[in-house]
Design a protein around this ligand. Sequence first.
Ligand SMILES: Nc1nc2c(c(=O)[nH]1)N[C@H]1C(S)=C(S)[C@@H](COP(=O)(O)O)O[C@H]1N2
Ligand SMILES: [Mo]
Length: 296
Amino acid sequence: MAYRWKNDLTRADATPRALFASRRQVLAGLAASGFATPALALGRSDANTLEQIRSYNNYYEFGFQKEEPAKHAGALVTDDWRVEVGGLVDNPGSYTLEDLIGGLTVEERIYRLRCVEAWSMVIPWSGVELADVLGRIGVQDGARYVAFETVLQPAAMWNANARGMDFPYVEGLRLDEAMHPLTLLATGIYGEPLANQNGAPIRLVVPWKYGFKSIKSIVRITLTAEQPITTWTRIDANEYGFYANVNPQVDHPRWSQATERPVGVGLFGGRRDTLMFNGYDEVAPLYAGMDLRVDY
Ligand SMILES: Nc1nc2c(c(=O)[nH]1)N[C@H]1C(S)=C(S)[C@@H](COP(=O)(O)O)O[C@H]1N2
Ligand SMILES: [Mo]
């Protein structure tokens, strides 16, 4: 049974109060109806292997080549991890991982990851819904966006001074996107803790958006009134938009987004058609009234 979230969760201008109230309604409905699965139902048998997921990565702080993060990310220090929570929140502070997500429901979610470079993988994440974390930190009235920042460890991140990029890597979501039940803070893959190259110890996963939105190794979460700056819009806003929803009808200026290459299907696997919102149709109401050619 596929769920549909048609309610105030999908209103871009909704206040934090309204978003949390409608979320409670939805959760009550789900409890009554039994269970729910995303519109795009994938199983572990559809997923890439752990070996593939850990060896073909984008984590530019560790190099631009796909095999470089696996080679170099071992140097990342993830002990005693802290996430600084601030901005328009009731409970700002320096959170341990236990403070941030301890006691929340950890779920396995098998999502397709569609990179803006036109390849894709299927990854069995484990993680918590970002909305649960936002509930814990207390979103204040006036907050409309969530900004995220990746750790910066120059000793380990040999490529963090790469020309044309400006680290730490930063990303952001509109509050209703952040509150959507598909949006995860992931801590594992195939039930194992995240490998450093996949964004240990905690990273964002937003399956209907291009992969660059799913920021790794998060050390800062800030609730803001204004749309935050993001690494890729700063590099080239004409090529990489803030929304970055997967959209086969809006091409990247330098290549088509109509199809994608599934990683690891072998020589004869061929390309597949890219789906609107990467197949996660239930998010469409988030963008009602928006022109996704303008807000790409
Ligand atoms: N900090 C940081 N986060 C990042 C990136 C990065 O370079 N640095 N790359 C992004 C891109 S372009 C993609 S496609 C995904 C890849 O995630 P994976 O390597 O775990 O498959 O991570 C995203 N998160
Ligand atoms: Mo990507």
